[in-house]
Design a protein around this ligand. Structure first.
Ligand code: MN
Length: 249
């Protein structure tokens, strides 16, 4: 009998809200690691979200637009990029509900920002203008010019964290396509990696089986696959305990 965890995936929405979409590499990587992806409608209401999560074994927060600073109590500053209010609202609700259930959450790029805001943190609205690295760290370009499959900067991984356990490396080379980043860390989260300029590049929750956020795009790099395998392992364990595995045979 073959069993595959079912993963809810948040996607993007166009400004006029006539089309919702997801980059296919998120779905391809989930499938490759042994999970069934389901793209979540951003139109679900507060009654439908818990009913939907009843049928899921994991949550993947994908990349996308900036998070609206209204979500963390700030007015927009110059330099803020495009925002998607409908997506922000849905993700805040879905993250809180999945988190409450101890459901595995894997958050990528915008996803780490959504995760941090949903759990009570804040963001640099415009990283290049608002972030100042400490004197001994030269500023880094976090919007790389090289193709997405190539790493552009290094991150330092804290030993003893899930990210270290997965890669067994204290330094990783990652790609970088983000305009925002974590400013005030949400109370339940712990940093597990920083870029060489000090920007937070990965976080996790010490109290949960698997809540992991990464600021880069592992789904675009061949080196990113171990993260998807680790996520699958956590989702399969969640499914065995609470969830709704797809069963075949
Ligand atoms: Mn970066």
């Amino acid at each position: 009998m073959e069993r595959m965890p079912i993963i809810g995936v948040t996607g993007s929405i166009e400004d006029d809200e006539h089309r919702q979409f997801i980059n296919s590499n998120y779905l391809a990587r989930l499938l490759k690691a042994g999970m069934i992806p389901l793209v979540l409608s951003l139109d679900m209401d507060s009654h439908q979200i818990p009913l939907c999560l009843d049928r899921l074994d994991g949550l993947l927060l994908s990349g996308g637009n900036d998070v609206d600073p209204m979500m963390f109590g700030e007015a927009p500053t110059t330099g803020l990029g495009a925002v998607s209010p409908k997506r922000d609202k849905l993700e805040m609700h879905v993250v809180k509900e999945a988190y409450r259930r101890n459901m595995p959450i894997f958050a990528i790029c915008r996803g780490i920002q959504s995760l941090n805001v949903a759990l009570g943190g804040t963001l640099y609205q415009d990283l290049p203008s608002q972030y100042r690295a400490a004197d001994d760290h030269p500023p880094l370009l976090h919007a790389q010019t090289a193709h997405e499959r190539y790493p552009s900067h290094k991150i330092t991984v804290t030993p003893g964290t899930p990210l270290y356990e997965i890669f067994q490396e204290d330094s990783l080379a990652v790609n970088s396509f983000h305009h925002q980043a974590i400013k005030a860390l949400a109370p339940p989260l712990t940093v597990c990696a920083r870029a060489t300029d000090g920007v937070i590049e990965a976080v996790y929750d010490t109290e949960k089986p698997f809540v992991l956020g990464v600021q880069w795009h592992p789904e675009r790099m061949k080196e990113g696959m171990p993260l998807f395998h680790a996520f699958e392992k956590a989702c399969a364990a969640y499914a065995a305990a609470h969830g709704c595995l797809a069963v075949h045979g």
